[in-house]
Design a protein around this ligand. Structure first.
Ligand SMILES: Cc1cc2nc3c(=O)[nH]c(=O)nc-3n(C[C@H](O)[C@H](O)[C@H](O)COP(=O)(O)O)c2cc1C
Length: 296
């Protein structure tokens, strides 16, 4: 049975504290009941349709079977990606599909030896791509100053590729495939870029493993922030955020303790503090500038 036909909600965001918060519909009704992470499924006023059910069942997959992904599946996934909205229809992205085992191995090494890059049948490298726009200027307005290096166009291209990739992720999951995004390819972005032959005005934003999930290693759903932290009605409410994070810290401690058999017990806030105080991929800015981005 495909995952599209099999609605089941688990985890979900923790409950709202104030039940009178002006949020209606399915999400309030159903997520209110998800303050623990035991699977439950409750329909609210907006019924759980197949699409929402698919989205609510997302989990990153890090173990794959040997079953191949066909060219037809790959093309269906990329077609769905291409129908994502795109800023002014710039379509400022390209995707490199890597199936060659030697090249996947190389990329896995560059991405911090993440084994699932070697093991998945298809590894997609999603790239922000302003090269077609630059070419259009060279062809149609060669004497005119152009702004491919502007921060705005960097944002446009990066958002475009993320929207397309997420469409691809959802399409893949609808075909019973699993995915995991791989930001690790930015660890050695220069080497990744060279290995794939990426020209100027193109940079690899993230990778994505695609393949059939190994049923022996069923991944669980990961709890998200309570909705009150992320949904603010008619203006931003700092106190909602604080309450939400407090509640989520408790949920995340329980989740991580259970998932790691007690080996890790840190709260979400602690994990975020650790993340933000560690230098991360500081070479990125220079690389992007060399590729023609961020040159204002
Ligand atoms: C842009 C991006 C980069 C990511 N990079 C990695 C990665 O390099 N390795 C990995 O194992 N997971 C990676 N992830 C997966 C996240 O860890 C995962 O989505 C998050 O923990 C939520 O879990 P879930 O996807 O199972 O719901 C990445 C996710 C995103 C969106």
């Amino acid at each position: 049975m495909s995952r599209l036909q099999e609605p089941s909600l688990a985890y979900g965001a923790a409950a709202f504290h104030n039940k009178d918060d002006a949020i209606s519909g399915f999400l309030k009704d159903s997520l209110m009941s998800h303050s623990t992470y035991h699977p439950t499924h409750k329909r609210g006023r907006i019924s759980m349709n197949d699409m929402i059910s698919l989205l609510m069942n997302h989990r990153s997959v890090r173990k794959y079977t040997d079953r191949p992904v066909s060219q037809e599946q790959l093309e269906a996934i990329v077609s769905a990606a291409q129908m994502a909205s795109s800023s002014s229809n710039v379509q400022a992205y390209s995707v490199v599909a890597v199936t060659d085992p030697a090249l996947k191995n190389q990329l896995a090494d560059y991405a911090g030896s993440q084994a699932y890059i070697r093991e998945c049948p298809v590894f997609l490298v999603w790239c922000a791509d302003l090269s077609r726009l630059k070419k259009a200027v060279d062809t149609h307005a060669p004497e005119t100053k152009s702004y491919e290096g502007a921060v705005e166009n960097f944002v446009v291209a990066t958002v475009d590729v993320a929207l397309a990739a997420q469409n691809a992720a959802v399409a893949a999951e609808s075909l019973d495939l699993g995915i995991v995004y791989i930001g690790g390819i930015r660890n050695q972005i220069e080497q990744v870029s060279e290995a794939l032959g990426l020209p100027d005005y193109v940079y690899p934003v993230f990778g994505m493993c695609v393949g059939y999930p190994d049923p022996q290693h069923g991944a669980g759903l990961r709890p998200r922030l309570p909705m009150e932290a992320v949904l603010h009605m008619n203006g931003y409410h700092v106190e909602q955020n604080e309450r939400g994070v407090e509640a989520y810290d408790e949920t995340s401690v329980r989740y991580i303790t259970e998932r790691t058999g007690g080996q890790r017990t840190s709260s979400w806030s602690q994990q975020m503090a650790d993340k933000l105080t560690a230098p991360s991929r500081l070479q990125l800015k220079d690389f992007l500038e060399r590729k023609g981005f961020l040159q204002e």
